[in-house]
Design a protein around this ligand. Structure first.
Ligand SMILES: [Zn+2]
Ligand SMILES: [Zn+2]
Length: 455
């Protein structure tokens, strides 16, 4: 008997965590923190796990929506073994230490008394218990070592994996985590099992986005190079808001290629904060993780200008320069938010979006606004800015297109598919499409807080 419980936060998906029970072995998949909620509302519903400790916790990758509350669940269940790849081990630790700092400043600034959920030293203690596993290495866990487990490269960010679990009776469950099947600039695409999966737990981030079959990464990169070139030609500032982990490193590499190929002039690229820290870790792992350019190190190869350290000097953007800075959603108190305030009113400058933004974030508000309108950059009140600059959107997703997800599901033909990590429109489209394509499979959108008995 396999039972699947969605532990995600009560009302909404975003703090990803699932409990899988295979006979009497209990396994938690991911331990996320909601990117938009604060305090206890950002945690998964760990109380649903109950008194009996899980045997194991798996973390698929080091984005906070998958790892952000790992120390919280570890504190509650110290006996549980914690598995991840070495890439997630190294980068996850840096992301969680950074999260302690962010939570601590939110406690001071916004009075959120539950923060920080854990301290730096508590994190050091629990991370000593983490166990790193290589991709495609089988290992046993649980009661009488009954469950066979393995991790498989998910192609999403460095170290990302999907998790395969097999019950003593040979039934298998595969959780994709976040997946990209196509290669990105630095990392190859996913290398997932292609047969013998009975239950597929699949992300469906892009379920509501029709797949553009004419899209190629190469064409999209040329379009980005053109927008940068045109802005620099009139001495404008180029602001590219990026997530510190994943997109920053991929784009830094590509902008360097633009400079090398003469597609853009050799102007300073400004970069800093958590992005720099993560880039050094990408470099550290250059020889030991799947790479498209084995051994290639970004910091050895690329001349970058570091941003002033936080709160040391005001962040003033210089005309004719490129700012590849976090956060990707231009959240308050971040470098991209501060530079956006300077760039928005100026006609010759550009904000180039290269990834997803929550509709309820400064980047999301700007995407919805029309040129000439006033735009705000703060959650509550604050100044508004005339929107005169150029904006353009590009797609360099770390998530699979919905067509690629459908292809994968159809190849496996599992008897059950659980759809996770999608907004309601995305999950609904995937469910109805999969029901048509795989009439013999049961397709489930697991509700937060609900348990499902599967076979
Ligand atoms: Zn992710
Ligand atoms: Zn995610």
């Amino acid at each position: 008997m396999i039972t699947f419980t969605n532990l995600s936060g009560a009302s909404e998906i975003g703090s990803h965590s699932y409990l899988v029970e295979i006979d009497d072995t209990r396994i938690v998949l991911d331990a996320g923190m909601h990117p938009k909620k604060e305090g206890n509302a950002a945690k998964p519903q760990y109380e649903l796990i109950g008194e009996r400790s899980p045997d194991a916790i798996f973390v698929t990758h080091s984005h906070l929506d998958h790892i952000g509350t790992l120390p919280v669940v570890q504190e509650k269940y110290p006996q549980a073994e914690v598995y991840m790849t070495n890439g997630t081990f190294v980068i996850g630790s840096a992301m969680l230490h950074n999260s302690v700092n962010v939570m601590t400043s939110k406690r001071t600034q916004d009075g959120i008394v539950e923060y920080p959920f854990y301290t730096h030293s508590q994190l050091d203690d629990v991370s000593r218990e983490w166990i790193a596993r290589d991709y495609k290495q089988n290992f046993r866990l649980g009661k009488k070592d009954g469950v066979l487990a393995s991790l498989h490269d998910a192609g999403h960010i460095l170290g990302s994996c999907g998790v395969r679990l097999e019950s003593p009776s040979g039934k298998s469950i595969f959780y994709t985590g976040d997946v990209q099947f196509n290669p990105q600039s630095l990392i190859p695409g996913a290398d997932f099992p292609t047969s013998d999966i009975d239950i597929l737990v699949m992300e469906c981030t892009h379920g509501a986005t029709p797949t553009d079959t004419s899209y190629t990464r190469e064409k999209e990169l040329l379009r980005l190079a053109k927008a940068i070139r045109e802005t620099l030609a009139i001495n404008g500032i180029v602001l590219i808001p990026v997530f510190a982990l994943g997109k920053s490193q991929e784009l830094l590499y590509e902008i360097e290629q633009f400079r090398k190929k003469g597609l853009i002039p050799n102007v300073p690229i400004h970069f800093g904060g958590l992005s720099t820290k993560v880039t050094l870790l990408y470099d550290k792992l250059a020889d030991t993780t799947p790479r498209r350019l084995p051994g290639y190190r970004l910091r050895e190869s690329i001349d970058i200008s570091s941003l002033p350290r936080k709160n040391k000097k005001p962040l003033v953007a210089s005309p004719g320069n490129i700012y590849l800075v976090s956060s990707g959603m231009m959240s308050e108190h971040t470098a991209s938010n501060k530079i956006a305030a300077q760039v928005l009113p100026r006609k010759q400058d550009s904000i180039l979006f290269v990834g997803y933004s929550d509709p309820d974030s400064p980047a999301g508000w700007l995407k919805e606004a029309k040129a000439g309108e006033s735009v705000r950059l703060k959650e509550k009140g604050g100044q508004t800015y005339p929107y005169n600059c150029r904006t353009e959107r590009f797609s360099f997703s770390g998530h699979a297109s919905r067509n690629a997800l459908l292809d994968y599901a159809c190849r496996l033909k599992p008897s059950t598919i659980m759809l996770v990590h999608g907004d309601p429109a995305a999950s609904a489209w995937m469910k109805s499409t999969l029901e048509e394509m795989l009439p013999d499979s049961q397709i489930i959108i697991p509700e937060p807080g609900q348990s499902y008995n599967i076979s």
